[in-house]
Design a protein around this ligand. Structure first.
Ligand code: IMP
Ligand code: MG
Length: 182
């Protein structure tokens, strides 16, 4: 066993986990998303709102594929609290002012949808000119909160994934691929 890859607290050897979406696949899909979004928002300025922390790498890569002017914001949402299933209570923290702006929420994953619903309703109350959702991943599960998600990178099975910004108990966000933890 390679000790370098062994997390001392969780005893997980990340080098042995199944890669679900490789860094090359991520790069290609995000390039496509960037082109689609740039065409859809031609001649408009886009205010992107990244959902921390999970969306930070996706947002950073996505904005470099855009060919339109944009402004970058973040808000903090938290619900999982060191667990693999949602606690159901989503806390938000931000001081955004987006009235009259074309706004796009950029999130790592649409799982139950509770987080995105909370973020969407919060931002909608600011009366933006438009409000859309872009999520890198969407899990195929029953009973999701129905949301109108305009841009989705990949649909995935109901697995717990880490890497590319996604964490388990605040670890593994730095892994360049999306890998399965279950
Ligand atoms: P939802 O509110 O159930 O849709 O969950 C959304 C949030 O839960 C995301 O922003 C992620 O931070 C986290 N999450 C959901 N599924 C996973 C997963 O498979 N791995 C890591 N985090 C996840
Ligand atoms: Mg998380």
């Amino acid at each position: 066993m390679n000790d370098v890859n062994l997390n001392p607290e969780t005893q997980t050897d990340v080098s042995k986990l199944e890669v679900l979406i490789s860094r090359q696949q991520l790069q290609e899909r995000i390039r496509e998303l960037g082109q689609t979004i740039s065409a859809d928002y031609k001649n408009r300025e886009l205010d992107l709102v990244g959902v921390l922390k999970g969306g930070f790498i996706f947002l950073a890569d996505l904005v470099r594929e855009l060919e339109i002017p944009c402004r970058i914001h973040f808000l903090q949402a938290s619900s999982y609290q060191n667990r693999k299933t949602s606690s159901g209570v989503v806390r938000l923290s931000h001081d955004l002012q987006l009235s009259g702006k074309h706004v796009m929420v950029v999130e790592d994953i649409y799982d139950t949808g509770l987080t995105l619903q909370r973020v969407f309703e919060d931002l909608q109350s600011q009366s933006p000119a438009s409000l859309e959702i872009c999520t890198l991943l969407s899990k195929k599960i029953e009973g999701k909160v129905p949301l109108d998600v305009k841009y989705t990178g990949f649909e995935i099975e109901n697995r717990f994934v880490i890497g590319y910004g996604l964490d388990y108990a605040e670890r593994y966000r730095e892994i360049p691929d999306i890998v399965c933890m279950d």
